[in-house]
Design a binder for this molecule. Structure first.
Ligand code: UGA
Length: 445
């Protein structure tokens, strides 16, 4: 199938390259010439494991990047819209998607025959039909659902696992206002015969995406609230509590062999310094704002965000329990990215924690296997010593704070034993065994 994709960000580029790998003919379009040039030279512009290899394999074959939207649309049967939908502090910013729809509509005006438009960007319920559909109709002079198709198919990729998630989807959600759009998506996704497919309306497809992320974010804040209570009560460790909870057979089913399935879902039922990234905070806030706009405040989700915004504070409180003044105290920060496997620092809990330490004039040494450059951009000019290795970061530290579950931090117990003066260790992710480190403190205990 011939497909054009608008946007070469995370969702656009990964979808484009993976669909090309699966045999479709893909043109990814972006207004940024520099980006397009790089992509066409095999440089993927975002870091995602396996992406470069797939891109290089499909260039000059099924995949090409271009700045020419007109040609891409005229020569394809279906267009995926995968532009950014940031949260502007008040509500979801739809300006990019509106503009994409307007330009697309102008091209559809001149295109004979049927063309399907499918939104892949995360948008609040109603956007595809009311905003995208209307903009397309106005610019094309044609009727949605009759002269062109309109669908919505959200993406469920995790950063760091995007290729794997796209190639082995757990579900494919397809919304559409007419049968032909749904049939064309059937053909597009026929390359994933094993995936469960949901055929629904555009509005429901949009809601599925938000609900999925809101649920996971709620699980995290729930675990953090329980963890904070455990810490306040004293003598209870949230890790043990959650281990007991995870053994509920509805969370970890028991097979006839007696073995347990441990679903990934339970990894969202763990206490820590909070969630970050480009999706959970933005999506939950956008949904809350949308609810408020239509007169439906969402008090549970309000609390999910409130708890998450307070959570980095727990780490600072633990530090201050031992150092009432943090002035000039050498603190080693381990992990800057919002989660392992990425250099992304958007909404990372490390940001407010470092800001708190800077305000108190601590001596900050920081280490992250890949996010150093991002941190340097973000904290331009700030008094932070970036280190090249774990060993170097620990040198002279009186407090060590773990904020991201990088695998190499598993070496810490061994590295910290036998030191003349054991530093205070704060496990912001409850990653390590508390018995393996001398002066261990963690969230939720
Ligand atoms: C998330 C969803 O997991 C994807 O299904 C979804 O497609 C994606 O958002 C999106 O909307 O595009 P992602 O943001 O890549 O994916 O990250 P996750 O791996 O889900 O982690 C999110 C945050 O939750 C991280 O900061 C992580 O450290 C934190 N987390 C996770 C916790 O604080 N506690 C946990 O128990 C688990």
């Amino acid at each position: 199938m011939k497909v054009s994709v608008i946007g070469t960000g995370y969702v656009g580029l990964v979808s484009g390259v993976c669909l090309a790998e699966k045999g479709h003919q893909i043109v990814c379009v972006d207004i940024d010439r520099d980006k397009i040039e790089k992509i066409n030279h095999g440089i993927p512009v975002i870091y995602e494991e396996g992406l470069e290899k797939l891109l290089k394999r499909n260039l000059n074959g099924n995949f090409i990047a271009s700045t020419d939207l007109r040609q891409a649309v005229l020569e394809s049967d279906l267009t995926l819209i995968a532009v950014g939908t940031p949260f502007d502090g008040q509500e979801i910013d739809l300006s990019f998607i509106r503009e994409a729809a307007r330009q697309l509509g102008e091209i559809l005006r001149d295109k004979p025959g049927y063309h399907a438009v499918v939104v892949k960007s995360t948008v609040v319920p109603g956007t595809t039909d009311e905003v995208v559909g209307r903009a397309l109709e106005e610019a094309s002079g044609k009727k949605a659902g009759e002269e062109f198709g309109l669908g919505m198919s959200p993406e469920f990729l995790r950063e760091g696992m995007a290729i794997q998630d796209f190639m082995l989807p757990d579900r494919i959600v397809m919304g559409g206002i007419d049968d032909q759009t749904l049939e064309m998506q059937d053909e597009l996704y026929s390359v994933f015969p094993q995936a469960d497919k949901v055929r629904t309306s555009n509005k429901t497809a949009e809601m599925i995406k938000y609900t999925a992320n809101a649920l996971l974010a709620t699980m995290i804040s729930f675990s953090n609230e329980i963890g904070n209570l455990c810490a306040a009560l004293g003598g209870i460790d949230v890790v043990e509590v959650m281990q007991g909870v995870h053994l509920d057979k509805r969370l970890s089913p028991i097979l006839p062999s007696g073995d347990r399935i441990r679903p990934l879902f339970t990894t969202y039922l763990e206490a820590g310094c909070g969630f970050g990234g480009s999706c959970f905070p933005k999506d939950v806030k956008a949904l809350i704002a949308h609810g408020r706009k239509i007169g439906r405040p969402m008090t549970l989700l309000d609390s999910v965000i409130h708890i998450n915004e307070q959570q980095p504070r727990q780490v600072l409180n633990l530090l201050q329990k031992h150092f009432p003044s943090l002035k000039e105290v050498p603190v080693a920060i381990l992990g800057l990215a919002f989660k392992p496997g990425t250099d992304d620092m958007r909404e990372s809990p490390a940001i407010p924690i470092i800001q708190g330490l800077l305000a108190q004039k601590s001596q900050i040494r920081a280490y992250d296997p890949v996010a150093r450059r991002e941190a340097q951009k973000l904290f331009k000019g700030a008094a932070i010593d970036y280190c090249d290795s774990l060993e170097e970061t620990l040198d002279g530290a009186r407090a060590v704070v773990l904020l991201t579950r990088w695998e190499e931090f598993g070496r810490l117990p061994e590295m910290l034993t036998g030191r003349a003066e054991a530093p205070l260790f704060i496990d912001g992710r409850r990653m390590l065994d508390k018995r393996s480190i001398a002066r261990y403190e963690g969230i939720g205990m």
